[in-house]
Write a protein that binds this ligand. Structure first.
Ligand SMILES: C[S@@+](CC[C@H](N)C(=O)[O-])C[C@H]1O[C@@H](n2cnc3c(N)ncnc32)[C@H](O)[C@@H]1O
Length: 272
């Protein structure tokens, strides 16, 4: 893969149309180690689905993992045999990635202006990061760096809102931060449309939803919750919520462990 260095570290040239603004997009840098330690990874079935919908094995594929953060997805792609280049705007997130996934090229850069040459990749992936881009700019960027036959793949771990304690917690978070206090599973068609809001001529794409879970201590779970951008930009307001939430969860789960249940939504779009 031909890697063209970023002209500058001036990543983050604009907030995504569905992001909450650049301070939240950059907030992860303040908690990079916490992010890496507590955020969920992705199940092996996700990588199988990516190979299936992407129409090629990951082994030997040239993959640009954009919004790579601390490298949670980067490491999985690398372990499957892909030649991965990570792109990440945040300095501390990139530093953590270099520490945790040594040997992977990491470029400071932004999905809206990828620091890469044209037609250099078989896949551009965004794990839990596409919503921070501006799709009308990020989609053409993906097409530019993809080779003919390449695919853009987006995925997110979504909370399973049919699990009562998860829906109840999500409601409390929304209430605390002034959002919709009765979260419902989102309609899939709307979710898919939203991913490409403002983009003209999106090629027909495929998607899959995969359920998985992990069991962890209440404190690990709360570290994960607290690593979300709304918490990272909310200081004491967030700390107060997390302290109350800890007491509530420990009374609900006296053994001190919770099962986080996720539905990974994967969207794979072929380069036109
Ligand atoms: C929720 S983290 C996801 C990290 C990683 N991909 C994972 O699976 O854990 C979102 C990442 O997107 C990065 N980001 C923010 N704005 C971005 C943009 N415009 N283009 C690419 N990445 C961006 C953030 O710095 C952060 O590291």
């Amino acid at each position: 893969m031909v890697v063209v260095p970023s002209p500058s570290d001036a990543a983050g040239s604009g907030a995504g149309v569905w992001s909450a603004g650049s301070s939240r997009a950059r907030s992860f840098d303040s908690a990079a180690a916490q992010y890496a330690d507590s955020r969920p990874s992705y199940p092996p079935a996700l990588l199988d689905a990516l190979e299936d919908l992407g129409g090629r094995p990951l082994a030997g594929a040239h993959v640009v993992d954009a919004g790579a953060g601390t490298g949670i997805a980067t490491a999985l792609l690398h372990r499957r045999g892909a030649h991965v280049v990570a792109v990440e705007p945040g300095e501390e997130m990139a530093r953590e990635l270099r520490r945790r996934v040594p040997g992977i090229p990491v470029l400071r850069g932004d999905g809206n202006a990828l620091p890469l040459a044209g037609a250099c990749a078989d896949m551009v992936t965004y794990a839990q990061a596409w919503h921070w881009t501006d799709p009308p700019r990020a989609v053409p960027e993906a097409w530019r760096v993809l080779r003919p036959g390449g695919v853009l793949a987006l995925w997110w771990n979504e909370d399973a809102l049919d699990i009562p304690w998860i829906a109840a917690q999500k409601g409390r978070i929304a209430r605390h931060f002034g959002g919709d206090p009765s979260p419902r599973p989102r309609a899939e068609a709307g979710q898919l449309r939203r991913a490409f809001q403002g983009v003209e001529n999106v090629p027909p794409y495929a998607h899959r939803r995969l359920r998985w879970s992990r069991t962890m201590t209440v404190d690990q779970h709360l570290a994960n919750v607290g690593s979300h951008s709304i918490f990272l930009v909310s200081g004491e307001h967030a700390k107060a919520f997390l302290a109350e939430e800890r007491a509530r969860l420990l009374s609900l789960f006296p053994e001190g462990r919770v099962e986080e249940v996720y539905d990974v939504l994967l969207i794979v779009v072929p380069r036109p």
